[in-house]
Design a protein around this ligand. Sequence first.
Ligand SMILES: NC(=O)c1ccc[n+]([C@@H]2O[C@H](COP(=O)([O-])OP(=O)(O)OC[C@H]3O[C@@H](n4cnc5c(N)ncnc54)[C@H](OP(=O)(O)O)[C@@H]3O)[C@@H](O)[C@H]2O)c1
Length: 252
Amino acid sequence: MASLFIPRASRRKFLRLSVAGIVFGSLLIQQPVPVFAQAKSTATPLKIGIVGSGKLGGTVGSLWVKAGHEVMFSSRHPEQLKDMASKLGPRARVGTVPEAIAFGDVILLAVPYSALPQIGRENGSALKGKIIVDASNPVVRRDGQVAEEAMANGIGATSLKYLPGTRYVRAFNPVGTAALENESHRAGNPIGMPVAGDDAQAVKVATQLVRDAGFEPVVVPLARASEFAPGTPIFGKPTPVDELRKYLGASR
Ligand SMILES: NC(=O)c1ccc[n+]([C@@H]2O[C@H](COP(=O)([O-])OP(=O)(O)OC[C@H]3O[C@@H](n4cnc5c(N)ncnc54)[C@H](OP(=O)(O)O)[C@@H]3O)[C@@H](O)[C@H]2O)c1
């Protein structure tokens, strides 16, 4: 039978630990746990500007804040983003579109594809040389002529026509925000994320950002971006990485 005897010295230690535990426990109850997420995975925090902080930009930007990156969410009405950013803590801030482009070493574009020409025109020189991760999808019924142009001439080529001189990569395009929120860093077989680009350094940064968001990148050249565009079998269907590799015929 196990002895219930506790030596006197151990009893005193036990009592001290119990009292300390009760005090610490009550502190935990009284102090609300901060909602600011702890840095999880990234080795090198980046400065990221989000252009288009709606459903997609807000979701992916939040995942990056949680991963430890510094993120500026932008809008043409930045005051409307203040509540969202303040809940994310000190690594999140808000600004105008030009401020976010100036802030970011990397820019996430998450706007209607029809906005690309205007964004390129108005911010051309500030965008030059920046790594752009573009989640925007050309959808003909929504984006009209510029989406038709992308479908005819290639999404990558068309985007680069409107964003010349940028280090342009496409990612986060076929996975919806519900899956981005619910499947991030999921256990077991991760959800795959197609990444299309030709600039090796930009692709490297984008693949790290995909991993930091909780997904596994599958890289293809920019010319193959149409293989995960709206209307393709994987669009809107969160696909485990091994299936995505098979679909794209990619080894990594
Ligand atoms: N939602 C998804 O699940 C999902 C998934 C993958 C990819 N995408 C793609 O991501 C893009 C954004 O989708 P969303 O669902 O996030 O749309 P959304 O919620 O409507 O957000 C789009 C944002 O774009 C900004 N915007 C619009 N026109 C602009 C312009 N001319 N200049 C600067 N900013 C402009 C708006 O910001 P302000 O009005 O505040 O300035 C708006 O918040 C689309 O191309 C979509 O196809 C969406």
